[in-house]
Design a protein around this ligand. Sequence first.
Ligand code: AMP
Length: 201
Amino acid sequence: MPRVAVFCGAAAPTDAVYVSAAAAIGTHLAEHGVHIVYGGSRLGMMGALADSALAAGAPVTGILPRALNTPRITHSGLTTLKTVPDTAARQDCFMELADAFLALPGGLGTLDELTAVWASAAHQDRAKPIGLLNTDRFYDPLLTFLNGAAAAGYLAHHPHLRLNTLAVVDDDPAGLVASLLTRLTPRRPVRRALASTRTGT
Ligand code: AMP
């Protein structure tokens, strides 16, 4: 079963279209038989993603830094909850567990998670695919930046990091999930991070 890590805003967005988009991503990933890995919250887009995926029968793993593991934040219905010391450890888990990454609209935390996996691909022989959900053209400014960086030559020594090589961008949740999954490469056999995963909350 492929695993996809999903990054998205933790705060309640002002426009409900983002919450609906997160729920649609959860449903489509579940329909494709994907195990979802995400930040473990029950709130906002994160909660909508997990709720829809669980309702459609997908396993969902939440990874939470200890300080965020509170009744107010933690989703109590997850298949697996893993607590880690801090956000750096959580990022390591995302990298280790996931076969692909999806970034939905969000703030600095989402941008941090997205750019971390993207930049780390420079040092991997077979980079894991990345998808951007471009709801309401949310990611257009970032795409402009990345195209500008490529045009200025900053990606010249890492040609596989270029936008169209590593990432798929779509404003349609169904289309994005389908495109991302066609880019998956076979999974590595050893999964250190999952071996230490504890079940339950
Ligand atoms: P942001 O985009 O700044 O709202 O941060 C959201 C991303 O960072 C998510 O993908 C989570 O993995 C992580 N994150 C940040 N804040 C929280 C939180 N309160 N609860 C759970 N995860 C969070």
